[in-house]
Design a protein around this ligand. Structure first.
Ligand SMILES: Cc1ncc(COP(=O)(O)O)c(C=O)c1O
Length: 399
């Protein structure tokens, strides 16, 4: 299926400068906000983190939002706060980043890999339902690329079988379904603020919960399992005494990152609009190419467009996505593939043996997948360059 290993790509445009797959949009406001924190001298969890959590909850129209050190940490904390642990089965897609799985494994729970719905590239609720057993305790749908998963179906499934839902929304900060922001309507929703995500704190994440008691437990587990406002103990209203209520982790965010996040949050809708404009341009320029499938987008959703996940079918377009990637590289344009399915990794051979034969849509997608550059600061000319090269690449392969 892959392009001839010797195929070095063809030059279609005259692009001198490398266009990266992603470039963060950071300005003077971000620099000033972080500098102010550094001058203030409070470098760890403090007032900025609390302000950021409240601002995120308001933006996401959700009761509680707890900033954490990463989505990976957030997924782990959410499972732990829901008491999901050894022997509990958790259903997740194989088409995701390893972090979704790591959270399950580090809880000692049992991962069960399900197929994707090609119409969304997210976990397929029907495939998921088939895998529910008496030991299933939770489902972890992923909003792939920023497209919200079929949450209504997962809620129905969870209600029927008394399951918890931990939504991996690492890609979908700002997205909407039926007009409502992703971030409520299930037990826990976990966002990522990693450097390439919709908004960034460098590294960071967020856990939102409808139930304030669950959010309290996430926050406590993220801070060593300490009681109350122990973080304040070095502030002017602080006191030295604290109690550890349960063993926890060191997974909280710090004030410099939160200060950066507050500025990025204010820019979130603008970022999303600019990413959407790039995606629309790609959709227009790449429509109608034989063997090429544009990324899914359903009418009731507002896509976060974290990723532009194109499919190039090697059975129609000789060389498929490998050829497109080689051509993008030859024209000084970055690209990526999201994701290598979990069961393909050497560390998870057991999962391949157990579930590998039952993931046809995941396998089909992975053979065809290429993600194009997409970031808010991308210029129209840069997006046109990408589309021109992809179109020329496919047309040359078909000629
Ligand atoms: C689907 C998914 N889940 C979780 C994560 C982990 O995010 P973080 O880097 O914030 O831990 C990522 C990161 O790329 C991701 O793509």
């Amino acid at each position: 299926m892959s392009a001839d290993a010797a195929y070095a790509g063809r030059r279609f445009i005259d692009r001198e400068e490398f266009l990266p797959f992603f470039r963060p949009d950071l300005g003077e406001e971000e620099i000033a906000a972080v500098t102010a924190v550094l001058r203030g001298g409070w470098l760890t969890y403090g007032a900025r983190v609390r302000e950021f959590g409240t601002a995120c909850a308001d933006y996401l129209e959700t009761p509680r939002a707890e900033p954490v050190s990463s989505a990976t940490a957030g997924l782990h904390l959410a499972l732990e706060a829901l008491d999901i642990g050894p022997g509990d089965e958790v259903i997740l897609p194989s088409l995701t980043f390893v972090a979704t799985l790591s959270a399950v494994l580090h809880r000692g729970a049992v991962p069960v890999l399900a197929d994707i719905d090609p119409g969304t590239l997210c976990l397929d609720p029907v495939a998921c339902a088939r895998l529910v057993t008496s030991r299933t305790r939770a489902i972890m749908p992923v909003d792939m690329g920023g497209h919200p998963c079929a949450m209504a179906d997962f809620r129905a499934l969870a209600a029927e079988h008394d399951l918890k839902i931990v939504r991996d929304a690492a890609h979908s900060f700002g997205a909407r379904e039926h007009g409502r922001r992703v971030g409520s309507g299930c037990d826990a929703t976990v966002f990522s603020f990693y450097a390439t995500k919709c908004i960034t704190t460098g590294d960071g994440g967020l856990v939102t919960c409808d139930d304030p008691a669950l959010a309290d437990r996430v926050a406590r587990l993220a801070f060593h399992g300490m009681d109350g406002n122990a973080w304040q103990r070095y502030g002017d209203k602080g006191r030295w005494y604290y109690e550890i209520v349960e063993p926890g982790w060191k997974h909280h965010l710090g004030d410099p990152a939160a200060a950066l996040g507050l500025v990025q949050l204010a820019r979130s809708d603008d970022f999303m609009a600019r990413r959407t404009a790039v995606a629309r341009l790609y959709n227009e320029r790449l429509a109608g190419l034989p063997g090429v499938t544009l990324p899914p987008e359903q009418p009731h959703i507002a896509h976060a467009w974290h990723l532009y996940m194109l499919r190039v079918d090697p059975d129609v377009v000789p060389g498929g996505r490998d050829r497109v990637i080689a051509d993008l590289t030859a024209n000084n344009i970055g690209s990526s593939v999201h994701f290598i399915p979990l069961h393909h990794h050497p560390a998870f051979g057991e999962l391949a043996a157990k579930f590998g034969g039952n993931l046809p849509e995941t396998e089909r997608y992975f053979r065809q997948a290429v993600s194009l550059p997409l970031f808010p600061a991308m210029t129209r000319a840069e997006a046109e360059d990408v589309a021109t090269v992809v179109r020329a690449s496919v047309e040359a392969a078909l000629a």
